[in-house]
Design a protein around this ligand. Structure first.
Ligand code: FAD
Ligand code: ZN
Length: 479
């Protein structure tokens, strides 16, 4: 058993025994070797301690575990696929904590094609939800790089985004009903597939994006959509981000709401991929400072999608918004184009310490944000190289940078917040968000108070106090 400072060994042993009664001995892991993977994040940035890794198999078992923790003042860290970006699923070093894994709760409970809903347990891996929808001829549109291992409970708890937000919204927009185990072990049952329900406060919204700090999500009813039957991917060179945004407006006018993804990519991001990811090649013959990768799709097999996209891109070339473009001729070509975009995070790990920012501003402000952030960083840290890419249609940029002299193995450089401050201050001036997708976790918990108003923070603290008066739900995260 991992040691728990502040917890009497006899009390710890009694709690472990009680948890074993609740979920079965085989599902309470205390051997350090078994617990270790749950005590660090996947990047190895954060490390914590826990009394046990507990794996309940049902909502009733989650409730029993949380009740036992509430009665003993033990913290509960819900953990899904542990793919999060901000240390939210890693316990603190306190040790008076259990990690509650949802991975055994991985059943698809129901699929209603006429109501266009799927009901799942929170531990369902995202790809499993997608596959279940596909098998029924429907689309579950949430899609992100971690989809093979992240869980729907984690997606909900972080309100994950991904590349299809432009058309289908983020996880919050895809959730119709939630079931949540509250901090006292009671169950807030809400597995309803209603698109309209105005019977007071929409309580599920509190838990979406709360990163496990208000309750444990155990199940969800999610929206489904018609399956796209025709899909076209295009890669276009644009002179600047303003042209990219103008192009998105034109595409929406000429192709309609069939634009499902629209990603901005800087030349430097492409160069990193070409240099460090084997098997990638430059999609266009001439280099351009910026690119757009877009996807359009249609539920009909016979549609005017391709000619409509060609026409829109041709018009954009004439208008000076696009200098060159390529349309994928096959699924393999489309995948090769998407591989470039999806490889940017891996490719940019190689060249040094990367200060990452996952920010949003109003889409119309993106061009001036990029100019101004670049200028301020250059003034503060001459020679800074920016890896800028992201979901420009959502106003969301992954605005990452290398600062000369800052090394990946230097703890002082890693802990430094001066680069973040330059970027976040500008985000704040533009009424943007310092975390558009990845959340606060423990990574930004100290920074959040600088960028939320006193009233917003006070309301968050009051909600936390009402729903989790003992502060046992994922302490040290978010607030
Ligand atoms: P975890 O990492 O296990 O947990 C994340 C947080 O949610 C923690 O605070 C945890 O306590 C809480 N939590 C987990 N399950 C529950 C539950 N059942 N109830 C209550 N709280 C819970 N994110 C994006 O938004 N867009 C992207 O495009 C994107 N791309 C990614 C690509 C890669 C390669 C990787 C590794 C990650 C990416 N992410 C992206 C990060 C994203 O946040 C996570 O992948 C995912 O949403 C988290 O799910 P998870 O099951 O791994 O949660
Ligand atoms: Zn993203």
């Amino acid at each position: 058993m991992n040691d728990a400072p502040g917890m009497d060994p006899a009390a710890a042993a009694a709690l472990v025994e009680r948890l074993a009664q609740a979920v079965g001995r085989a599902n309470v892991l205390t051997d350090p070797a078994d617990v270790a993977p749950a005590l660090s994040d996947w990047r190895g940035f954060y490390h914590g301690r826990a009394l046990a890794l507990v794996r309940p198999g049902s909502t009733a078992e989650v409730a029993a575990v949380v009740r036992a923790c509430a009665e003993t003042g033990t913290a509960v860290v819900a953990q899904g696929g542990n793919t999060g970006m901000c240390g939210g699923a890693t316990p603190t070093m306190d040790g008076r904590t259990i990690v509650l894994s949802l991975s055994r709760m991985n059943r698809v409970l129901a699929l209603d094609p006429l109501n266009d809903t799927i009901t799942v347990e929170a531990g369902c891996v995202l790809a499993t939800v997608q596959q279940a929808a596909t098998a029924a001829g429907r689309l579950f549109p949430l899609s992100l790089g971690a989809e093979g291992s992240c869980q729907i409970g984690g997606n909900l708890a972080t309100n994950a985004g991904g590349v299809n937000v432009l058309r289908y919204g983020n996880t919050r927009d895809l959730a119709l009903g939630l079931e949540v185990v509250l901090a006292d072990g009671s169950v807030l049952g809400g597995l309803r597939g209603l698109r309209k329900d105005n019977t007071g406060y929409d309580l599920k919204q509190l838990f979406i994006g709360s990163e496990g700090t208000l309750g444990v999500i155990t199940g969800a009813v999610l929206k489904l959509f018609p399956m796209p039957r025709t899909s076209v991917t295009a890669f276009a060179a644009v002179p600047d981000p303003a042209a990219a945004i103008a192009l998105l407006g034109r595409l929406r006018e000429q192709v309609g709401n069939r634009v499902s993804a629209f990603e901005l990519i800087s030349r430097f991001s492409i160069e990193l991929v070409l240099a460090h990811i084997p098997g990638t090649r430059d999609p266009l013959p001439t280099a351009s400072p910026w690119y757009v990768l877009t996807n359009v799709d249609d539920p009909r097999t016979e549609s005017d999608l391709r000619p409509a996209l060609e026409q829109a891109l041709g018009d954009a070339v004439e208008a000076g918004l696009v200098s060159d473009a390529v349309l994928a001729e096959s699924d393999a070509q489309a995948q090769a184009l998407w591989r470039i975009r999806e490889s940017i995070p891996d490719a940019s790990k190689v060249e040094g310490l990367l200060y990452r920012h996952d920010i949003s501003v109003p889409t119309s402000d993106i061009p001036s944000f990029i100019d101004e952030a670049g200028a301020r960083l250059e003034a503060a840290f001459p020679g800074t190289r920016v890896v800028c890419f992201g979901h420009i249609g959502d106003g969301n940029l992954h605005y990452n940078c290398y600062v000369p002299g800052r090394m990946r193995d230097d703890p002082v450089a890693i802990a430094a917040t001066d680069v973040n401050e330059v970027v976040f201050r500008l985000v704040h001036e533009r009424a943007g968000s310092i975390s558009a997708e990845h959340g606060i976790g423990q990574a930004k918990v100290a920074e959040l108070p600088h960028y939320k108003s006193a009233v917003e923070l006070a309301v968050m603290h009051r909600l936390k106090a009402v729903l989790d008066p003992q502060g046992i739900m994922n302490p040290g995260k978010v607030i």
